[in-house]
Every structure is written in C-alpha cells, then in structure tokens.
Design a protein around this ligand. Structure first.
Ligand code: NDP
Length: 292
C-alpha cells in the first residue's frame, strides 16, 4: 500500500464538531434548535440501521431528532399527509425520507412533495435544477461528502480529469455536477460505457458509485490518482461477512496517490453532511448567516 488513506471517519468527526458548535450558537444567540425529521416506511434492515444512526448523531450534535416509523403497507396518501405536516412544522428544519420506499409508493411524487428548503437530501427536483444550473441549493449528502474530501486532499480541483462511475440520481449525477462546478473535466461512466478501463485510466480523480464489489482493479487506476469509493457491498469472505467497496482496495492502493477505505471513508461523511445540511436549512429559513 503506497496510497495515502483518506480517513473519512476522522474527517466526519471534525464536521460533526463544527455542526455542534453552530447548533450551540443558534441556541444561545437565537433560541433556535435545528430539527431533523426522518421518515422510514417498512422494515428494511439496512434502512433501519441508517435511520438509527442518523437519529443518534442528530441528537449528539445538539439537534432535535424526530423519527417517524410507518408500516410497510402505509398508503401513499398517508405518507404525503405526514410530509405536509412536517413541511408546516416550524420545529422541523430538515426532512429526510429514507429510500427505497415500498413499491406501491411513487418515490418521485413523495420526494417532490417535500418543501425544497427542508429537503436536506437534495433530491427534490428544484434542488436538482438549482445544482445543475450552479445556483444555491441543498446538495445531496454523499456527493457533498466526497467533494469535501477531494478538496481537503487535493486543494483546487480546477482542470483535473474526473471520472464518476455510476449515473444514479442520488450519487453519480450530482457528483458529476459538483465536480463540474469545481471546473474538473468530467466523464460519467456507466454499465454501457465501452472500454471502461481506458476511460478510468485517464482520470486524476475516480469516484466509484456502482454497487459491484471490488469492480475497479488497481490496473484501471492512473498512478497517483485520487480514488473515492462510494460503494458499500456486503460479501462473504473466508466464512465471514465483510463490507467492501466498488474498488479493489488492495491493488488500487498500490497505484493510487490517495484512496478512501470501506468502511471508514465516504459512509461516515454522508451522515455528517446530512447534519450540516440540516443546520444550513435552519439558517436559511430563519434568515441567518449559513455555516461555510
Ligand atoms: P444505483 O444502483 O442506483 O446505480 C449504480 C450505477 O452503477 C448505475 O448508473 C449503473 O449503470 C452503474 N453500473 C452498474 N454496473 C456497472 C458496470 N459493470 N460498469 C459500470 N457501471 C455500472 O446505485 P447508487 O448510486 O444508489 O449506489 C452506488 C453504490 O454506492 C452502492 O454500493 C451503494 O450502496 C453505495 N452508496 C453509498 C452511500 C454512502 O453513504 N457511502 C450512499 C449511497 C449509495 P446504469 O445506469 O447503466 O445501469
């Protein structure tokens, strides 16, 4: 391993400390406590873990956490009615609907029913449009966390070749927009990309958001490149359940200049950015200066 390990866990802890500082100031100077409402429909085990962890970290940062756990067979109308209540609740500054939703519920309809100012996931079509046109928006947490790590490690990203593998609405596309916003030359690779190894080899920055265990081997990586691994894949190895990313950490770590581990890379940054977005939403709605 010659690459620098980008320690997302430690970085996320510094963001959470900053968030806690802002929250304390909002309370002391303005008597306001930011509040985050998380809505979970159904029993998906991974979603339950995420929601628990979000709630815990929200409270640890000094904010109010409101968890709404709904039955799997909750109707779309009931879910929309809950979101309407949260939109109109002044103690709620951020609303997150945990995805995926059960199949009988229209995910786009639900996401677009959230007040865009409270849309701390940044998935509302207004926020997508604002980000795409370079305007002030709510930025999706996972790509935001990746961008923060890239800026911290590389400084100015201007002119660098970046390849994002994956074109989902929640990671790949907003990641590409953010890198473009920082003046990278951006390529988005996906399942139909030809000669993907050659495409990736040109990149100074590789962001892998695919969901395929260890798909990116070291010989796809340009020597010295910075590799951000968004993938979270649970596999069995040597009779044990382990988490691995979309990048083959062992071989890529020998070639890359820097790389995020899985776990301990992008994952912790995502929740830290969610907390930061909630504070931002709270400041915006109250006409206060936003944290940087
Ligand atoms: P999606 O399944 O929505 O998207 C995956 C993307 O990968 C698609 O665009 C797909 O292409 C592309 N893809 C699939 N197979 C290949 C291939 N063989 N070669 C190139 N591209 C391919 O996943 P998400 O974006 O939601 O998530 C990606 C990964 O990131 C998952 O492992 C997920 O668990 C993880 N994740 C981690 C988070 C964190 O906090 N760390 C947060 C969110 C996600 P196409 O569009 O052509 O089908």
């Amino acid at each position: 391993m010659s690459a620098t390990i980008i320690d997302g866990k430690a970085f996320a802890a510094t963001i959470r400390d900053k968030v806690a500082g802002h929250v304390a100031r909002l309370s002391e100077e303005h008597g306001i406590t930011p509040g985050l409402a998380v809505v979970l429909v159904g029993e998906d085990p991974a979603s339950q873990v995420y929601v628990r962890s979000k709630g815990k970290q929200t409270v640890e940062a000094g904010m109010s956490s409101y968890e709404h756990k709904l039955e799997e067979d909750t109707s779309e109308a009931d879910l929309l009615a809950l979101i309407d209540r949260l939109n109109n609740d002044p103690s709620v500054h951020g609303i997150l609907v945990q995805l995926p939703l059960p199949r009988h519920i229209d995910e786009d309809l639900v996401i677009n029913s959230i007040d865009p100012v409270k849309d701390v996931d940044g998935f509302h079509i207004s926020n997508v449009g604002l980000l795409g046109t370079g305007q002030k928006s709510m930025v999706p947490c996972t790509p935001l966390g990746c961008l923060m790590m890239l800026r911290a490690h590389l400084g100015n990203l201007s002119g660098l070749d970046a390849v994002v593998i994956g074109r989902s609405n929640i990671v790949g596309k907003p990641m590409a927009q953010l890198l473009l916003g920082d003046s990278c030359t951006v390529t988005i690779a996906h399942s139909r990309t030809r000669d993907i190894a050659d495409v990736v080899r040109r990149a100074d920055i590789v962001v892998a958001a695919v969901g395929r265990p260890e798909m990116v081997p070291g010989d796809w990586i340009k020597p010295g490149a910075t590799v951000i691994d968004v993938g979270i894949n649970r596999i069995e190895r040597d009779g044990r359940n382990v988490l691995v990313g979309d990048v083959d950490f062992a071989s890529a770590g020998k070639v890359a200049g820097a790389i995020t581990p899985v776990p301990g890379g992008v994952g912790p940054m995502t929740i830290a950015c969610l907390l930061a977005n909630t504070v931002t939403a709270c400041c915006r709605v109250n006409g206060l200066a936003e944290p940087e």
